[in-house]
Design a binder for this molecule. Structure first.
Ligand code: NAP
Ligand code: MG
Length: 527
């Protein structure tokens, strides 16, 4: 992905440039297969000690990390902003604040979520205690993207670590410094040496070396569907789990019963925040034709008032030149096929920075890329619909299934639409918030991903579940064990009738017949 290293295979390092200013912000090693192998080896060596570290100690470390992060918000948000081009406020809110929230959540709940779970057992297996436990998987490989380079790395990493795993993390090369922040903070907080390994470099060398390493027990990937598919193949061959958090084409549906002001404000923020480089950002705006004109005006008024520019500004620079070009080409494609541009559309002449102006499109048709492909940029295509069925059909028509929004005051209508959307989450009269509620599992369906994180199931995903039974009565033999006996046969016949027959009289008769074989069974004393 990184331009400076694109065609130069033997390079040993690469430089990250601030996309808003073109100034260099850091130079990092490109780690090859051998160095990645070394990192995985160290994580493996540290695993047994870390997995046996008591939860109280893990919690203490995480608590200290929370304080370090909270006390240095501006410093850390500044690093994120310098690599992504986003505004410092965007970095504080979406990267630092949301990571802090997840840290605190798992500090509070990890112990509870990972306690052994006692279950009732089975009527047919009297005397057994049954429960299941959660054991850390081992060494987890985490590959993260550049759009929220701290939060989307720290969230899964903390989940994995609190479950007792060690981690090897490859940040997106463009945002290496934001990734290294995580290790710096955790080390300061007292993380044992070796438990967190960072591998720096681009995807095709360092990332590939990581996912091909034979000693990983699980992969957690956040990024594009195309790369996710390749990683899934490798994980499949090795029979290790791979959680996939991939792309999206989220729709917001605005019905005639919506509070149009709230819907417009929400959609403009949800589609444009972080310059639209949000996996769950709004990419299709579906509006009931009866309120379309009024709604279009509200959206256009809001978007025209947004100020581009990092400090101060509403909308920062985009992060990747390649992504900027995708956005530009989608707008050109739409214009050539007859779309109207109601705001924005042309990149601003600027000596530095990837400032694509927030853009509102109309007359968007099915043959346009902006309608079907992920944009990952500040575009809001407005599409009128006639019936709710039509709206749902358009929302579900893409290959993705990440998230979506519904705006209406009619809650029955809202829930009905939410139920029909084929996505991993839905916000009613809201935008992006399912991600911000740590108890809610987060993930996509269809080509948007496999598996979820966050919540109780999210930390358990980083463990192996082990089912255990305990039996203390210790009679010599179960009735169905060898050698077979008459009493055993009778016992089983009558048990089946007692528990499964629909006829009450047969069941009562069978119950009386149970007495003798049960007594005989227990006569056999434990040895
Ligand atoms: P990407 O190109 O797939 O890159 C993601 C990560 O994978 C980066 O660290 C990248 O490294 C690495 N990588 C690339 N090729 C690799 C390979 N062959 N083997 C191993 N690792 C490899 O995605 P992106 O462009 O950075 O991110 C944007 C995409 O991520 C969008 O589609 C967006 O929707 C999705 N996303 C999804 C979520 C979610 O939670 N569902 C969240 C955020 C983003 P380099 O960059 O260093 O090459
Ligand atoms: Mg998007």
């Amino acid at each position: 992905m990184m331009e400076p290293i694109k065609n130069i295979a033997p390079l040993k390092n690469f430089t990250v440039y601030n996309p808003a200013t073109d100034q260099p912000v850091g130079t990092y090693d490109i780690m090859d297969r051998e160095r990645v192998g070394h990192a995985v080896g160290k994580a493996r060596q540290t695993f047994s000690a870390w997995s046996e570290t008591p939860m109280a100690q893990r919690r203490r470390i995480l608590g200290k990390a929370v304080t370090i992060l909270a006390n240095n918000v501006e410093k850390y948000a500044g690093i994120v902003a310098s690599e992504t081009g986003k505004t410092t406020l965007d970095a504080m809110m979406a990267d630092i604040f949301s990571a802090l929230d997840i840290f605190k959540y798992y500090k509070k709940n990890a112990g509870k979520f990972l306690k052994p779970v006692r279950v009732p057992g089975s009527t047919f297996l009297p005397g057994r205690k049954a429960y299941y436990t959660f054991e850390p998987k081992g060494v987890i490989g985490i590959i993260s993207p550049w759009n929220y380079p701290f939060a989307l790395l720290a969230g899964p990493a903390v989940s994995a670590l609190m479950a007792g795993n060690t981690v090897v993390i490859k940040p997106a090369s463009q945002t290496t410094g934001s990734g290294l922040m995580f290790k710096e903070i955790m080390d300061q907080a007292g993380m044992p040496d070796g438990a967190i390994q960072m591998v720096t470099g681009n995807g095709s060398i360092t990332g590939q070396a990581l996912i091909e390493n034979e000693d990983l027990d699980m992969i957690f990937f956040t990024g594009s569907t195309a790369v996710g598919r390749e990683i899934s193949k490798i994980a499949g061959k090795r029979m290790i789990p791979a959680v996939m958090e991939l792309g999206g084409k989220d729709a917001a549906i605005v019905t005639k019963n919506a509070n149009l002001d709230r819907a417009a404000h929400a959609i403009v923020w949800g589609g444009i925040t972080n310059s639209g480089q949000t996996c769950i950002g709004t990419e299709l705006v579906l509006v009931d034709r009866r309120i379309y004109d009024a709604f279009e005006k509200k959206i256009v008024d809001l978007v025209k008032n947004l100020k581009s520019g990092s400090e101060p500004g509403d909308v920062g620079s985009m992060t990747m030149k390649s992504q900027f070009e995708i956005v530009r080409s989608q707008v050109e494609d739409a214009k050539a096929k007859g779309a109207g541009i109601l705001a924005g559309g042309e990149p601003l002449p600027s000596p530095h920075g990837l400032y694509f102006p927030p853009t509102v499109l109309t007359n968007v048709t099915e043959d346009m890329k902006v309608r079907t492909e992920e944009t990952f940029g500040p575009l809001l295509p407005l599409i009128p619909y006639d019936t709710i069925d039509d709206a749902v059909k358009i929302a579900n028509s893409t290959e993705y299934g990440l998230s979506g929004s519904v705006f209406t005051r009619d809650m029955a209508e809202a829930r009905d639409i939410a139920k029909q959307l084929k996505t991993g989450s839905v916000n009613i009269n809201d935008i992006l918030v399912t991600y911000a509620i740590p108890d809610l599992p987060f993930g996509g369906i269809k080509r948007s991903g496999i598996g979820t994180y966050h919540g109780e199931s999210g930390i358990r995903a980083f463990t192996n579940v082990k089912s255990i039974t305990e039996y203390k009565w210790n009679i010599n033999k179960e009735p169905h064990w060898y050698p077979m006996t008459k009493q055993g046969d009778r016992l089983i016949v009558n048990i089946l009738v007692v528990f499964f027959s629909g006829n009450l009289l047969s069941r009562i008769k069978a119950l009386f017949k149970l007495g003798k074989p049960v007594r005989e069974m227990f006569k056999a004393k434990p040895s």
